[in-house]
Structure formats: structure tokens, C-alpha cells
Design a protein around this ligand. Structure first.
Ligand SMILES: [Zn+2]
Length: 518
């Protein structure tokens, strides 16, 4: 009897457990679904009705999936899954986003943003703030976001239908391109020359107030005037010389109207359009790297076991790093804040880096601690937020103490500087600095762990030497000179070479990723 009862109770208990598990699971699933935040997409009349879109929260930011955004709003996208890039066509404006890259190409211009798109589920996810950052009163569509109501609205920036004029110089003439948000026909447009001015009259054309000021004369054109008339807007261009031919091309697919003006002879000394674009591209290329070996001269930095000095290790690694960069990228300019044993004030180091138009600033240091067992390497980026880690705070104090070697009048420079303001001015570079710090630290981990060295990770700190740099910058603490084992390794040329190689490989990855967006 007892056996039989047991046989029955066991299955009943099992069923009960299973049932409650199912109830619990479904409860959990429904709360999860409920918890996923939503925002509302709002278009203007005639475009699309209010649409809810499920977004994802990550580090306090809401992320919008671009594929669903496109479905709901009707704005087109093009996705390159292999390169994890997406192009968004918002009316006449076009933006290209890349995963894990805060550079965006907006209408052929590289724009640095403080936001990082992510790649997930075969599409790009954009931080919601990125869209209002890009699409403002200078684009045909303006996007705004209200975090209280969670409404993202997309509306025409102005009621203009001719939003931009671009003038570019070609070898035998000049091209005027108008960005339009309405389809004009050839009947709507009249081209004429009067009193040395070339006119494009557009029937039904409406322009933003400041269009003339926003247009840069180029090539044959020395001046631009906008004359609003009844039902017609006249765009007037002052000519430097006579034109022999004019041609009107409508390009509704690109939302453009193009007018080619030709002269009989070549227009000399005018940069061609492609050259200008190339130049803009070059400004973003990593063509100059500033290496900053810490301390020097009367400032020895940390003093270590066996009489070794931080300043000597920093210089040793710095010079080796420069050589490796030169060997692998002969076109990159390497500049050193010091290439010998000399004292350089902290403020002068970033000023020098800015003067040299550096694209990356790498400061090299060694750590030290009263506890001789403290060990490992770490990479810092400048941040107004103090790292909560006490050890990291000590590192900041130790490195900033270098100013005691500076002249009294130099020390005055640091007084009254508000770190939060100083770092805000740099906020455009913080994301890149953070990224650079992470790739350099990863690369160091790979190379240094086999030597028995330990990774302390990426940290943030308020370092004087990084304040004011107008480029992404990091500070590497390569190891502890107060630790007997690390001190002996750090003083070896072979270890210094390995550290330099590891930092270089981090820089190479960073360069590749940043330039992939250009
Ligand atoms: Zn140092």
C-alpha cells in the first residue's frame, strides 16, 4: 500500500513542480516583454502616423533598431552586413553609420559624434540622441527627441524646398548643385545672365533665410545673393568672367538640381571638387602620432628596485614605439614630446601635441606602490569622473605630482582650472580615447601575460598631462618599478621592445577601425 501511494505522489508532485515552473516562466516572460522600453516615432502630417517602436536600454541610453525604424517610417536604409554599416536616407539627406564607430558620414562630410552605434540581430542600433545630433536645422529634416514623453519627431527643418547650394570648381567651369526636397521640372527653372550675374529662377522655390550666408563662393562665382520674388525665388551668382555655356540637369533620385557653367579656358588655381573631398578625408586620417615619454630631466618619476627610474623606461619604450610605427607606416609622422632626458612641463606636452596636429597622444609611465607586491599594467583615458578605485586615484595623484618640478609661474597655470570644464571641451574625443585605451590594453594583455605580467584593465583619471589635448589620448602605466620582478623586466631592452610592439598593435587596430568609417 505504501508503495502504491508513493508511486502516485511522485508523479503528482512532479506535475505540480512543472506547472508552477510554467506559470513562473510565463509570468517572467510577460514582465520582461512589458519592461522592454518603447518610444513613439512621430512624423509630420502626410508622412506617417504615430508608430511605437521597441527599443533597448544599454548603459542608460535607448537604442533604436534601424531596420524597424525604416519599416515604420518609410525612410529607406541600405545595410552592408559584412562591414556592419548602414546608410539612412532621410529625405534628401543621407547618413552612413558604422558599428562601434562614432564617426558618421553625413552628406559626404565626416561628423564626429559622442554616440556609438551597435550591431545586433543583423542591423545597426542607434542611440536615440544620435539622430537629433545629426539632423538639425541644417538638414532638410529635423529630428527632436523628448525624453519625458519618449517622442522622437521627424519634421521638415523649414518650409524651404531648396535647402542647400554647393558650388564647386572644375577644370573648365563651375558646378552649382542645389539640394531640393520637392520635384521641380525644367519648366519651373529659368537660367539667365544679367549685368554680370548668373540667375537661377525657380518657380515655387522657397529657401531658408540664411541660405546666402551658408553658401561658399567658389570657381567662377565671387558672390551669392538670394532674391525672393512673388512665386519665384531668384538665386543670383556674381560671375568673375563670361561664361560660354550653361547646362541644367535635374536629378530627382538624388534630390538635386545641377547647373554646369563653362568658360572657354581652364579656371586656374581652383581646387577640384574631388581634391577638396580628399583634403577633408585627410584631416581625419591618423597621419601624426604624438609619443609622450613621462617625466625626464630633473623629474625622475617613480624610483624603483635596483635604482631604475621611471623616466628612463618611459623614454626607452617611447623611442622603440616610434621606430615600430615608422617601420610599419612610413607615411605617419611620429613626434616626441621629448626624445632625450630633459624636463618638459605637463601643460607644454599637450600644447606641443596640438601644435603638431597630432591625431593620437600616447603618454608612457610606470607605476609604483609602497606595497612591493602591487603588480600589473593598466591604461587610462582622461575623464572628469574619478575612478572609484582607490588605487587609480593614487596613480592620478602620483602622475600629477610632476608639477612640483615646474617653475612657480608654470604651476599657476593649473590653479583654478575646472577639470569638469576642461574635460568637457574634450568630450568629442572621450569615446575614441576610451576605445584606444581598450584596444591598447587588450593588445598589452596578449603580449605581457606570457611574461607573467598581469592586466589591471582600463581606468579613467583626471591627469593634467591629458587636459587640453585636441585629439584622442591615453596614458599607459606599463608596470610597477616598486615590484622587484617587474622592475627587472621593465629595465630590459627586450621587454621594452615587447611593450612597444604591443602598444603599436593596439594603435594599428584603432587606426584601422577609425579609418574604416571615413
Ligand atoms: Zn609617471
Amino acid at each position: 500500500m505504501t508503495k502504491l501511494r508513493q508511486a502516485i505522489t511522485v508523479p503528482i508532485a512532479l506535475v505540480f513542480i512543472l506547472l508552477s515552473a510554467i506559470v513562473l516562466l510565463s509570468l517572467n516572460a510577460s514582465t520582461l516583454a512589458h519592461d522592454r522600453p518603447e518610444i513613439i516615432l512621430r512624423g509630420e502630417k502626410g508622412s506617417f502616423s504615430d508608430q511605437k517602436i521597441t527599443v533597448e536600454e544599454n548603459n542608460g541610453s535607448l537604442y533604436i533598431p534601424l531596420d524597424i525604424f525604416s519599416d515604420k517610417t518609410g525612410y529607406g536604409i541600405y545595410t552592408n552586413e559584412q562591414r556592419q554599416k548602414c546608410v539612412l536616407y532621410l529625405g534628401p539627406d543621407k547618413a552612413t553609420f558604422t558599428a562601434d564607430n562614432n564617426f558618421v558620414i553625413l552628406n559626404e562630410q565626416v561628423v564626429q559624434t559622442p554616440y556609438l552605434p551597435l550591431w545586433k540581430e543583423n542591423t545597426l542600433w542607434l542611440p536615440v540622441e544620435l539622430l537629433p545630433f545629426l539632423f538639425d536645422e541644417n538638414t532638410a529634416r529635423q529630428i527632436s527627441y523628448n525624453p519625458q514623453t519618449k517622442v522622437l519627431s521627424i519634421h521638415k527643418a523649414h518650409d524651404a524646398n531648396v535647402s542647400r547650394i554647393n558650388i564647386s570648381a572644375k577644370e573648365n567651369g563651375t558646378v552649382i548643385t542645389l539640394k531640393v526636397s520637392e520635384e521641380f521640372t525644367k519648366k519651373d527653372i529659368t537660367l539667365k545672365v544679367a549685368n554680370g550675374w548668373f540667375h537661377i529662377d525657380i518657380l515655387g522655390g522657397k529657401v531658408p533665410d540664411n541660405l546666402a550666408e551658408k553658401t561658399t563662393p567658389n570657381g567662377l562665382i565671387s558672390k551669392v545673393k538670394i532674391i525672393p520674388l512673388e512665386q519665384v525665388v531668384s538665386l543670383a551668382f556674381k560671375l568673375k568672367k563670361r561664361i560660354i555655356d550653361k547646362e541644367l540637369i535635374l536629378n530627382p533620385e538624388e534630390h538635386e538640381i545641377t547647373v554646369n557653367l563653362r568658360t572657354s579656358e581652364k579656371v586656374k588655381n581652383q581646387a577640384r571638387n574631388e581634391e577638396i573631398l580628399e583634403k577633408q578625408k585627410r584631416e581625419w586620417l591618423i597621419d601624426t602620432i604624438v609619443i609622450d615619454p613621462g617625466h625626464g630631466g630633473k623629474d625622475p618619476g617613480a624610483l624603483g628596485k635596483g635604482g631604475i627610474k621611471e623616466k628612463d623606461i618611459a623614454l626607452g619604450v617611447g623611442l622603440k614605439l616610434g621606430q615600430i610605427i615608422k617601420k610599419n607606416f612610413p607615411d605617419i609622422k611620429v613626434v616626441y614630446t621629448r626624445n632625450r632626458d630633459v624636463f618638459i612641463p605637463l601643460w607644454r606636452r599637450t600644447q606641443f601635441a596640438n601644435e603638431k596636429k597630432g591625431k593620437i597622444f600616447i603618454s608612457l609611465h610606470c607605476n609604483s606602490n609602497p606595497n612591493s607586491r602591487a603588480k600589473g599594467f593598466e591604461t587610462y583615458f582622461l575623464s572628469a569622473d574619478q575612478d572609484k578605485n582607490k588605487e587609480a586615484q593614487k596613480v592620478v595623484l602620483k602622475e600629477n605630482a610632476s608639477i612640483q618640478f615646474e617653475e612657480a609661474h608654470d604651476q599657476q597655470r593649473y590653479k583654478g582650472v575646472n577639470f569638469i570644464l576642461a574635460t568637457m571641451a574634450q568630450s568629442a574625443f572621450i569615446r575614441q580615447s576610451q576605445y584606444l585605451a581598450s584596444v591598447v590594453q587588450n593588445s598589452l594583455s596578449k603580449k605581457m601575460k606570457p611574461l607573467g605580467l598581469h592586466s589591471r584593465g582600463v581606468r579613467q583619471g583626471r591627469f593634467w598631462v591629458m587636459v587640453g589635448a585636441t585629439m584622442p589620448n591615453i596614458l599607459v602605466e606599463m608596470g610597477f618599478v616598486s615590484n622587484r620582478y617587474e622592475a627587472s623586466l621593465l629595465s630590459k631592452r627586450s621587454t621594452q621592445q615587447k611593450i612597444a610592439q604591443a602598444i603599436f598593435e593596439g594603435i594599428r587596430k584603432y587606426k584601422k577601425d577609425i579609418e574604416a568609417a571615413i
